[in-house]
Write a protein that binds this ligand. Structure first.
Ligand SMILES: Nc1ncnc2c1ncn2[C@@H]1O[C@H](COP(=O)(O)OP(=O)(O)OP(=O)(O)O)[C@@H](O)[C@H]1O
Length: 274
């Protein structure tokens, strides 16, 4: 369980990115932080692995205050995936993926095997192991980023808008794969997006934030769609202006179907089985 207790972050220039934020993230959940640019999502995420330390309040993982952990050790057991993959350009795909296992003391050979296993897991052909990041497409680079985040077998995977920079088709594929990986690997995922469609497609729980990481609403995708808390939430969902590209429709056997703007089914809401 990740707990934020009355957490505030004031940056040295006086910006209050997060103002008295409290939240509990259950083990094994797929929690999405959604909200507009600058509302504090990245700051919140980085408090979990101590890339950012709060000015007030505490963040705990499994009941332990993260400020009592060495940041380097913490980052080796919490996976982190960034928007533009953050791969080291002069290291091969395999070396990038094996970075944390190697830091954790795994020998070169086992780390290489681990990298190959991770490549298969995220749908990359292992023959790409010896390429450099620049020799991959944007979508492939993001897959390497996910493989690297998973390589140390973390209990927690933090993902900061990981699919923001790839085209919509590849993005949909990556989202689908992320859902499957989450179900298979039994880990806690905290995922940032500023797009509600992505939040609705991926999250078990969505936490929609306003400036200063104020929680506008938290709940399941279905709760957002059926009981938006206020106009801010409705606006973000695009419910007022017909802007949603995915709209909920009653599906078979009480499930909720998401259809695109042409009325074509795009999928079922997570957790909704026909
Ligand atoms: N190192 C910093 N120094 C000063 N202000 C910062 C720093 N990092 C972030 N901020 C500010 O804190 C606020 C929250 O930033 P944060 O990056 O957490 O938001 P975000 O929701 O992740 O935004 P985006 O979606 O654009 O990445 C913003 O006003 C930002 O300008």
């Amino acid at each position: 369980m990740i707990s934020y207790r009355s957490v505030t972050k004031r940056y040295p220039d006086g910006t209050v990115a997060v103002d008295d934020f409290s939240l509990e993230i259950p083990d094994g959940s797929f929690t999405v932080f959604a909200g507009s640019s600058g509302c504090g999502k990245t700051t919140l995420l980085r408090m979990v692995n101590r890339m950012v330390d709060p000015t007030a309040g505490t963040v705990t993982v499994d009941g332990q205050d993260v400020s009592t952990h060495d940041p380097v050790t913490l980052r080796r057991r919490i996976g982190y995936v960034m928007q533009n993959s953050g791969l080291l350009p002069h290291r091969t795909v395999a070396q990038n993926i094996a970075t944390v296992p190697r830091l954790n003391g795994m020998n070169r050979r086992d780390a290489e095997d681990r990298a190959t296993e991770m490549m298969r897991l995220v749908g990359l052909d292992p023959s790409m192991a010896h390429r450099y990041p620049a020799q991959l497409s944007g979508g492939q680079q993001q897959r390497v980023g996910v493989a690297r985040g998973l390589a140390a077998d973390p209990d927690i995977l933090l993902m900061d808008e990981p699919f923001g920079a790839v085209d919509p088709l590849v993005r949909a594929e990556l989202q689908q794969q992320m859902r499957e990986l989450h179900e298979r690997l039994n880990m806690t995922v905290v995922f940032i997006t500023h797009e509600m469609d992505e939040a609705l497609t991926l999250g078990d729980r969505i936490v929609l934030l306003r400036t200063g990481a104020q929680i506008a609403q938290q709940g399941t995708p279905q709760e957002f769609l059926t009981e938006p808390a206020d106009d801010f939430v409705r606006e973000f969902l695009g419910l007022d202006r017909g802007q949603r590209t995915l709209t909920p429709r009653p599906g078979p056997n009480g499930s909720v179907l998401l259809v695109d703007s042409h009325g074509r089914p795009a999928g079922l809401l997570k957790g909704q089985t026909p």
